[in-house]
Design a protein around this ligand. Structure first.
Ligand code: HEC
Ligand code: HEC
Length: 458
């Protein structure tokens, strides 16, 4: 009897706190299952090479091909004729894949926008082309090359100016944000009126094969184009022209999900970023300034090269989540749900059957729904890309983000690298994510720090 009386208050306290958790719908999240962020492709190494290891579950032959792809990714191209890696230019943005995706990670926002760096500018005119895509600018195309090999002139020079704005938290703390405005100067031809520009930075490239193998139906099922559930968050798939398969397909890659597959992204990178023609893009984008890639000529890289470099991007392992037992990280994970971050940065995805067995039927934790969201005026580039409007961007995967500083020595985030850390990236969220941002601003300093610790554990 005495014993029962003694237990009762304890029991009711336990029941009460449990009920409270259930009221919010935010019980403790079991983070242990999320440690293997890339399923069986997960890499358990917290070093500067965390983004650069082949998935451990590849076959021996695939691993060999992965390493061939690795060399291709690192190859620095030079002007033809040359013994190795000829074909750079005539005009280009950078001479190797790795220069824009350092250590298979993320490019920093450059201090000198015309140095060899990971930033490029896409361009188009109002309207859509015959496939619903952006309209090339006559004489310039869809990307502005700011470098040229000897004997040719760059299309333009990039120029950056910055504006600042201040955000104030509920507790009075202020953060000053910077916004880069990138413009073109010294264009080799007069630029026609109405050119729309979009600044983009080189992204991390691990885990892409998994993202490519998420069944399309799983992605489109999350669309809520008219926000019928009324939570302020819609989400829309991009559908883009695939110049390899010659059909319209779900867009998965690029900051606006503007590319359907890894191999097309790689082929586009060769021709637009480096001036290297290939079997998917046989013509140079030099608009009269060509040093190769004339109609009918053999492409400067062959299909095997494209396939190997794409295999490399698809089969880089995903770094494991860390510190999942820390109370701060656990609390941060709950806040991530409470602030509705997880509605777009959907933690869990699965893959279906894939031609690379290592990518088949995996459970992954990329923290993306692969959908476009209206992120508001602040982030808008005002340049539509297929079905993505001027203010829509694809939810970025957050896996590996906490290792950016270790691997890349900086924490420049968002499509143009304007955010200098994760907190600034959150403060740029507007549009469908405005409510999430405002909830973040209302957190205490301790809660903010816990949320950031959680993101840094990914
Ligand atoms: C001038 C810098 C630059 C070079 C050179 C470059 N990239 Fe990229 N890469 C980017 C940028 C910027 C993006 C984002 C593009 C977008 O949003 O449209 C990107 C995106 C990608 C993506 C998609 C990543 C994702 O998560 O959506 C892949 C894959 C990729 N690049 C592979 C390559 C390969 C392979 C090469 C070499 C053949 C290469 N890149 C060369 C800058 C570069
Ligand atoms: C409505 C959908 C949506 C919501 C809600 C949302 N995000 Fe995002 N998030 C995005 C999109 C889209 C981007 C890419 C924006 C860009 O680059 O311009 C992004 C980018 C980020 C980045 C930078 C990633 C990178 O690779 O540069 C971080 C960090 C981030 N979000 C964290 C959060 C956190 C934390 C929350 C909750 C407070 C949150 N997000 C809520 C859609 C969302």
């Amino acid at each position: 009897m005495i014993r029962k009386l003694y237990l009762l208050p304890l029991l009711s306290v336990a029941l009460f706190s449990c009920a409270e958790d259930q009221d919010n719908g935010y019980e403790d999240i079991d983070l242990s299952e999320r440690i293997n962020a890339g399923g069986e492709t997960t890499i358990f190494s917290t070093t500067t090479n965390s983004f650069s290891s082949p998935a451990p579950n590849l076959s021996a032959a695939e691993t060999d091909n992965h390493f061939v792809g690795d060399l291709l990714f690192e190859a620095s191209f030079v002007t033809a004729p040359a013994q190795v890696n000829p074909g750079l230019g005539s005009i280009y943005n950078n001479a190797s894949c790795i220069n824009c995706h350092p250590r298979d990670g993320r490019a920093r926002h450059p201090t000198n926008v015309n140095s060899a760096n990971g930033l490029l500018i896409r361009a188009s005119l109002f309207g859509t082309d015959e496939h619903g895509g952006p309209v090339p600018v006559p004489g310039f195309g869809l990307q502005i090359q700011n470098r040229a090999v000897s004997g040719y002139v760059p299309e333009a020079a990039y120029m950056a100016s910055y504006t600042t704005q201040t955000e104030t938290f509920a507790d009075g703390t202020t953060v000053t944000l910077r916004k880069p405005n990138i413009m073109l100067t010294d264009t080799y031809l007069p630029l026609p009126p109405g050119v729309m520009l979009s600044t983009r930075l080189g992204t991390p490239i691990f885990g892409l094969g998994l993202l490519e193998e998420i069944p399309e139906a799983n992605i489109t099922a999350r669309q809520d184009i008219n926000d019928s559930d009324g939570d302020g968050i819609s989400g829309k798939a991009n559908f883009v022209w695939n110049p390899f398969t010659h059909q319209t397909e779900l867009g998965r890659f690029g900051w606006k999900a503007n590319t359907a597959s890894v191999i097309v992204q790689c082929a586009g990178a060769y021709v637009e970023d480096m001036g290297i023609t290939n079997p998917i893009f046989t013509l140079e984008s030099g608009h009269g300034q060509t040093n190769g890639g004339i109609p009918g000529a053999t492409p400067e890289v062959d299909m095997e090269t494209l396939e190997k470099v794409a295999l490399y991007c698809k089969t880089l392992g995903v770094p494991a989540a860390r510190n999942t037992n820390k109370p701060e990280v656990k609390n941060g994970a709950k806040l991530f749900e409470q602030l509705d971050c997880a509605k777009c940065h959907v933690p869990k995805q699965v893959t279906g059957n894939a031609s690379v067995a290592a990518l088949s039927n995996q459970t992954l934790y990329p923290y993306t729904d692969m959908l476009l969201h209206d992120m508001g005026e602040g982030l808008a580039d005002n340049r539509p890309d297929f079905m993505a409007s001027g203010s829509e961007w694809k939810t970025r995967p957050l896996w590996g983000i906490g290792l950016t500083n270790l691997v890349n020595g900086h924490t420049d985030f968002l499509h143009d690298g304007r955010a200098r850390n994760i907190e600034e990236a959150i403060l740029w969220h507007g549009g469908e994510a405005e409510k999430s941002k405002n909830k973040y601003k209302n957190l205490s300093a301790k809660q903010r720090s816990d949320l950031l610790e959680f993101i840094n554990s990914l």
